[in-house]
Design a protein around this ligand. Structure first.
Ligand SMILES: CC(C)(CO)C(=O)C(=O)O
Length: 323
């Protein structure tokens, strides 16, 4: 089952032989890009630089959307109308995997693509410099729950899952793939906090634990009010066990998650509008206050705009936003 390289850029996270479309992907959404890359060897190749038009899409091509949610629309538009050998377009014929954090990508994809497969990405990886994606996950590189959107499974999902397992990525196929994605959304609400303030050094109570707790509590309240089911942290952790542990590569610890990496790379955008911002949106739709998620979202937007380095945001300034 061949897949295609990135048409839009030579972005390393999407430059592997199996990712589709990118403008600012990072390691957490790189999924396949890190597969097979010797831990920290540069990845990428000609296909990633040829552009979508240079690629030959065959009926057994699988498209993997591995960009940040803010870049989804552009990536989808660049792929949808490309012809597939034998007739029809990519949007009509090819399976499109949304291997991304957040829950907005599936709806955006389904507006254009007939066959959308949600993928919940649990893949500790690091992308801080062009051309290099470090796969920190061990003994498996990651765990990607996948299924059919909006629900169900099919033969394609099963086959993709089997291919992923053969490449050292666990890939349970789930009829309720979106429930896993909403659970992961809750886990990603701390991404912005980590990006703003950095990781805890040393022992003792985690700094900013109050914020991590508050965004989660708001998130759960919002999903409950919206009648959306989600996996619990315990369910996810039990499923994963110790099969995907973040280990140091080349002597270096993984310094932070995907949003932290966006600030560290000065990527010019961050995914927070689709993580904390998703909770804020649902809160507005369902009448649930979400002040802490909104403050984190605003602070990360400011950090991106003012190019405040990862971990360098003053806590007092977030507290002002919370008053
Ligand atoms: C779980 C993890 C850390 C990697 O998939 C992640 O979601 C992120 O960095 O955003």
């Amino acid at each position: 089952m061949p897949a295609v390289g990135d048409p839009a850029s030579a972005d390393p996270a999407s430059a592997g032989s199996t990712s589709a479309g990118s403008t600012s992907a990072d390691a957490a959404s790189a999924g396949q890009a890190s597969v097979g890359a010797a831990a920290s060897e540069p990845v990428g190749g000609d296909a990633s630089r040829n552009g979508a038009a240079g690629l030959r899409l065959t009926p057994d091509t699988v498209l993997i959307l591995a960009v940040k949610s803010q870049d989804t629309e552009a990536a989808l538009r660049s792929w949808a109308d490309l012809p597939v050998v034998g007739g029809g377009t990519a949007a009509q014929r090819l399976p499109l995997l949304t291997a991304q954090n957040g829950v907005a990508n599936e709806r955006a994809a389904a507006r254009l693509f007939d066959r959308v497969y949600p993928v919940t990405v649990w893949l500790p990886a690091t992308h801080l410099e062009p051309g290099r994606v470090v796969a920190n996950g061990h003994p498996y590189s990651g765990m990607l729950h996948l299924g059919v959107f909006p629900s169900g499974t099919d033969e394609t999902a099963e086959q993709i899952g089997a291919d992923l397992v053969a490449s050292r990525i666990l890939a349970p196929v789930r009829a309720d793939a979106m429930r896993w994605k909403y659970g992961k959304l809750l886990r990603n609400l701390g991404n912005g906090i980590e990006a703003l303030f950095g990781r805890s050094a040393g022992a003792g109570p985690a700094p900013h634990a109050d914020l991590f707790e508050a965004v989660r509590v708001e998130g759960e309240a919002v999903l409950t009010a919206a009648g959306i089911s989600y996996t619990s942290g315990a369910e996810e952790a039990a499923e994963r066990g110790d099969q995907v542990q973040a280990v140091p590569v080349g002597g270096g610890q993984r310094q932070g998650g995907s949003t932290w990496q966006s600030l560290a790379r000065d990527a010019g955008s961050a995914e927070t509008d689709y993580l904390n911002g998703e909770i804020v949106l649902l809160g507005r739709l369902h009448g649930v206050p979400t002040p802490v998620n909104a403050a984190v979202q605003r602070a990360v937007r400011r950090a991106v705009r003012e190019r405040i380095p990862a971990g360098g945001f003053p806590r007092a300034e977030l507290d002002v936003l919370l008053r």
